[in-house]
Design a protein around this ligand. Structure first.
Ligand SMILES: CC(C)(COP(=O)(O)OP(=O)(O)OC[C@H]1O[C@@H](n2cnc3c(N)ncnc32)[C@H](O)[C@@H]1OP(=O)(O)O)[C@@H](O)C(=O)NCCC(=O)NCCS
Length: 218
């Protein structure tokens, strides 16, 4: 989607930038990992196919994606120039798929590619900013936000629970759960899959103010 083609969102630890052709070499390297292919339910692509995919993520009106960068540890301001952004480490991506148009359900997915970058709070901050951006800039009602996650992917299930999503469906044929924003976990699914209860404090991402955190990627 072209909505965010020039948008940068600055968090404390993470920065969201539009997915451009310059990011494809690193993205393509990441997606050679069998672990990431499985966890994100993706197919391996050639470099040319990955470039075509980047083009589609940019232009197709049913898709919106950002690349995630790590905020440098030593910086004078969290708002960086384009030159500074281009030196930041790429750590993952976050995206939305709208199979039924902008007023239907929106499927969210996130990836922090390298194990060394996980458990540092990158995903929770990136998703909080992303969800806040989406629900302010698209006619997408928060109750239409969903995530589809492999049933054994506890890190991701717990992450979405923390952001206020609850388990609503177990799809046996794909061995995946569906989570929906704003609902409580279905207790039968929790016990059938032996998943942890959402005992964590929830993040109020709807209250996140984006003013002062957004700039242009040019
Ligand atoms: C799931 C994933 C995105 C989490 O990213 P992350 O940056 O490590 O997550 P954060 O550090 O922001 O953690 C936020 C919350 O997620 C949950 N979480 C993340 N990793 C976890 C783990 N290994 N075990 C249990 N809970 C975990 C916790 O609730 C955590 O909150 P806490 O730190 O207060 O306990 C990351 O593991 C990943 O990219 N995995 C591979 C791709 C994937 O599975 N994507 C999801 C497809 S929808």
């Amino acid at each position: 989607m072209r909505l965010n083609e020039n948008t940068v969102i600055f968090g404390e630890r993470v920065i969201l930038v539009p997915y451009r052709a310059e990011h494809v070499p690193t993205y393509h390297e990441w997606m050679k990992s069998p672990e990431l292919l499985e966890l994100t339910a993706s197919e391996p692509l050639s470099y040319e196919e990955e470039l075509e995919m980047q083009r589609k993520w940019h232009l197709d009106e049913d898709k919106l994606t950002f690349i995630l960068l790590a905020q440098p540890e030593s910086r004078s301001s969290k708002i960086l120039s384009l030159g500074e952004l281009q030196k930041c480490k790429m750590i993952g991506d976050v995206n939305l798929f709208l199979p039924d148009g902008k007023e239907g359900q929106g499927e969210c997915e996130i990836m922090i590619a390298s194990k060394e970058d996980r458990r540092k709070g990158y995903a929770v901050e990136a998703l909080s900013l992303f969800l806040s951006y989406l629900t302010r800039n698209l006619p997408l009602d928060p109750s239409n936000l969903i995530a589809r996650i492999g049933s054994t992917n506890q890190p991701s299930i717990k992450l979405f629970q923390k952001l206020g999503f609850g388990l609503v469906k177990y799809v046996k044929v794909f061995d995946e759960v569906e989570m929906n924003y704003g609902v409580e976990d279905d207790q039968e699914i929790l016990s059938e899959l032996n998943l942890p209860k959402s005992d964590q404090s929830k993040i109020d991402w709807k209250g996140i103010e984006l003013n002062g955190k957004i700039s242009q990627y040019d």
